[in-house]
Design a protein around this ligand. Structure first.
Ligand code: ASP
Length: 591
């Protein structure tokens, strides 16, 4: 037996017992005639001591121990003289009788402690060492616990976990596909799934009326902090359901997770907001409702008074920032520069301050009477000491910029505590998005989302305005300004699916080539169905109080989509290229 206990287990009650532990040397230090060793495994750290009176051989081995040596030790549990209340094992230490070095270690490139001294790149290269650290171990433990609770909950609700293939044909989730050449079918390629969307729908046709899968998905997108080229979804689908059934089922799942993992009771029911309200009042389809500071349209109050910037705009909107009247000229200039950065894209920023004495000061004083500005302040329910920030332009674009500004002001005011959880459902999405550049409609979710039954006339109309009005029974689960998941009630009739491809400008031949299998399946008695998917990595990160998902994935990729530990992607040799009938036009690798 390698060990009788783990390094996180022994307590004062164990004093007097003979134990054997195994683990990694976190650090070894000499103090007087004694050697102290911190022994670590994933359960904790236990202090070992070799006394000055111990056998000389034992003392010699103890002084040869380096960081990250793997050792097996045995000895007696003693009560410590100077206890450490911060460590669960801090009341005891082990007086060693034997040390068995199981494996030595070269000096690690960074310290394996709570806060490492290693930079991000170095830690990524030695991910297996980084994974020995407490923060990452806790992150992976949360991930495991959440997966476990999800399986329990869904199993109790009669869901079956069914695997779907990775080597498939493109599924249109709106990203680029990763593709895999087929050796046995020269010149052809598999696509890796952006999601198992079509397969889960086929499972519904097959009668597996409650499906789920914690599944890897692949999207070849430019990476941001919360994106990975391969990521994990909690993918679900149900038959014979309406939107209400899906929302209730997964509200239940999220409530259970919050309770079991974070011991937090989330609102019951979870609030719902239409996509239109989310855009109008928060400038985002994933509003952070931990705080107010909603966007107000003030077009009617300020347009047409001779201020040409406003007079030439379709839309003028504003937010009211608590206590910000104290902003100095310099601070306002800096904020104006901030909104002009390409990431926000505003042309400028107008302010209206309600001073502590009730007077009004604004950057547009010249164009408006104090009464007119007061009317804006009243409409926005501004208090003394608040500052109103105004932007104008095309409606949705301006709302989006105000939404970004709102989040920034929320950050500055400390309104975005990561452990204050404010979930909500966004519902009633438009089915389509028009794109001016390509002059065509795109599916806002994906092309398997059904129009609302009451909007079917518009769905079959050929007028652009009608199609723009079609809404879907589609829904997103949003938490603290992050979209954690989304889904929809699906199309389950071949003709309606064909119409969808027609609206999206996909020719009949193309639709048949790419999606003939699902259109065909719908001809064999497809039940009404709907579902959703949650971004599992994001769920884990948010439950852990973090914004980035990387720490919650054992072996993530960097911002260039590279795994620097295994050095991938990498070149393959010519024989492999030939077998796959591939020729590369990329510059030759440097020797
Ligand atoms: N397949 C969708 C996605 O990956 C989710 C869904 O509609 O169920 O976003």
């Amino acid at each position: 037996m390698y060990r009788t206990h783990t390094c996180g287990e022994l307590r004062i009650e164990n004093v007097g017992q003979k134990v054997t532990l195994a683990g990694w040397v976190q650090k070894a230090r000499k103090l007087g005639g004694m050697t102290f060793v911190d022994l670590r495994d994933r359960y904790g750290i236990t202090q070992l001591v070799v006394e000055g009176s111990a056998a000389p051989e034992l003392q010699e081995v103890a002084s040869s121990l380096g960081r990250e040596f793997v050792i097996q030790v045995s000895g007696e549990v003693l009560e410590r003289e100077s206890k450490n209340a911060k460590m669960p094992t801090g009341d005891i230490e082990i007086r060693l009788e034997t040390i068995n070095i199981l494996n030595k270690s070269v000096t690690p490139p960074f310290t394996i402690e709570e806060n490492s001294d290693g930079g991000e790149d170095l830690r990524a290269k030695y991910r297996y060492l980084d994974l020995r650290r407490g923060p990452l171990q806790r992150a992976l433990k949360i991930r495991h616990d959440i997966a476990h609770e999800i399986r329990n909950y869904l199993n109790d609700q009669n869901f079956m976990e069914i695997e779907t293939p990775y080597l498939i044909k493109s599924t249109p989730e709106g990203a680029r596909d990763f593709v895999v050449p087929s050796r046995m079918n020269p010149g052809t390629f598999y696509a890796l799934p952006q999601s198992p969307q079509t397969f889960k729908q086929l499972l519904m046709v097959a009668g597996y009326d409650r499906y789920f899968q914690i599944v890897r998905c692949f999207r070849d997108e430019d990476l941001r902090a919360d994106r990975q080229p391969e990521f994990t979804q909690i993918d679900c689908e149900m038959s014979f359901v309406e939107q209400e059934d899906v929302l209730n089922t997964f509200e239940g799942m999220m409530r259970t997770l919050f309770k079991k993992i974070c011991n937090v009771d989330i609102p019951n029911p979870i609030p719902r907001m239409s996509w239109y309200d989310a855009m109008d009042f928060y400038g985002s389809d994933k509003p952070d409702i931990r705080f107010g500071m909603k966007i107000h349209e003030i077009t009617g109050l300020v347009k047409g008074y001779g201020f040409s910037v406003f007079d030439s705009c379709d839309y003028i909107g504003a937010i009211c920032v608590d206590g910000a009247a104290s902003y100095t000229r310099k601070e306002i200039d800096a904020l104006t520069e901030w909104v002009k950065r390409p990431q926000v894209g505003a042309k400028g920023l107008v302010y209206i301050k309600v001073n502590e004495d009730g007077s009004i000061k604004s950057s547009i004083d010249k164009f408006y009477s104090p009464e007119q500005l007061q009317a804006v302040a009243d409409a926005m329910e501004a208090k003394k000491g608040d500052m109103i920030l105004v932007m104008c332009g095309a409606k949705r674009k301006t709302q989006t910029m105000l939404g970004v500004l709102r989040l920034e002001m929320g950050n500055r005011l400390g309104y975005r505590d990561p452990f204050n959880f404010a979930p909500l459902w966004i519902v009633d999405f438009p089915l389509f998005e028009w794109d001016d550049e390509t002059n065509r409609f795109y599916a806002m979710h994906h092309p398997f989302t059904a129009p609302k039954p009451e909007h079917l006339d518009w769905y079959y109309s050929n007028e652009k305005e009608d199609l723009e009005r079609v809404c879907a029974n589609a829904y997103d689960f949003v938490l603290n300004g992050t979209e954690l998941g989304g889904g929809s009630i699906r199309i389950h009739e071949a003709a309606m699916q064909e119409r969808m491809f027609e609206i999206l400008g996909i020719s009949k031949e193309d639709a048949d080539y790419k999606f003939g299998f699902i259109i065909n399946a719908f001809k064999f008695g497809a039940p009404p169905h709907g579902g959703l998917a949650f971004g599992f990595d994001r769920v884990c990160a948010l439950f852990g109080g973090q914004e980035t998902i990387r720490d919650y994935i054992a072996f993530p990729k960097n911002n260039q989509g590279r795994d620097v530990m295994i050095d991938s992607p990498s070149y393959i040799d010519q024989t492999q290229m030939d077998e796959l009938f591939l020729q590369s036009t990329a510059p030759a690798p440097e020797e």
